[in-house]
Design a protein around this ligand. Structure first.
Ligand code: G3P
Length: 229
């Protein structure tokens, strides 16, 4: 039985660079208290190696990856490098870093052969359906207009969220796990999302901007625990 998931995307926020590995220590600490929940941390590409070396319970994902092999590809992020650096997976097609459906398909296929986990983001229900058919490990319904607003997808788009869950399971033949993100900031946002059938939540600003990150993450984890078990 897959564990419920909390994915923390550090984006390129100043706090993520200023606090660096302290953030990983906070997430490891909370992960230790909630062994029934999977925690994923997605640092900026500049920090992927050091986070991957120091991780213990937490999985480390890249925020983006390019469908290129190792070789003469200046400035690219090759998928194999995730394996070499000891990371566990990658976010793909985040609305702040969108890629073509062809690139998404190539990355998912190649990740499967490399044993790298894929979390593909979809901005609307049309994209949810197209991407779920490619069977990434996770599909995140994440409406861009809600990102960073503190108005959660579970409160603002409950019907679309419920539809996304059904679509992900159907289009992937049960192979992809439905998650969601955008604006998730409170325990209630998390509980609502899980009540609509997601298995995980993708969070950024409410965690990165929190004055007490440990307390905020503990709050989110407690909400997942009470919603899922
Ligand atoms: O990757 C998830 C992120 O885009 C959500 O952002 O700040 O609304 O939690 P935020």
């Amino acid at each position: 039985m897959k564990k419920p998931l909390i994915i923390l995307n550090l984006k390129a926020y100043k706090e993520a660079f200023d606090e660096g590995l302290e953030i990983l220590n906070v997430v490891e600490n909370v992960a230790h208290e909630f062994p029934q929940i999977s925690f994923v941390l997605a640092p900026n590409a500049f920090c992927l190696s050091e986070f991957s070396k120091k991780k213990r319970l937490v999985k480390i994902y890249s925020q983006h990856v390019d469908p290129v092999p190792l070789g003469a590809y200046t400035g690219h992020l090759p998928l194999e490098a995730i394996k070499i650096l000891g990371a566990d997976g990658t976010i793909i097609n985040h609305s702040e870093r969108p890629i073509s459906i062809e690139a998404i398909s190539q990355i998912i296929d190649k990740s499967r052969s490399l044993g790298i986990e894929t979390l593909a983001c979809a901005r609307d229900l049309k994209e949810v359906s197209k991407i779920a058919a490619l069977r990434p490990d996770y599909v995140a319904f994440e409406p861009p207009e809600l990102i960073g607003t503190g108005v959660s997808v579970s409160k603002a788009k409950p019907n679309d969220l419920k539809i996304s869950v059904v679509s992900i399971v159907q289009e992937s033949d049960g192979k992809s796990i439905p998650i969601c993100g955008a604006g998730i900031s409170t325990e209630e946002d998390v509980k609502l999302a899980f009540s609509y059938g997601v298995m995980g939540v993708l969070i950024s600003s409410a965690f990165v901007k929190a004055s007490d990150k440990r307390n905020k993450l503990f709050e989110f984890a407690s909400a997942v625990e009470s919603a899922f078990f």
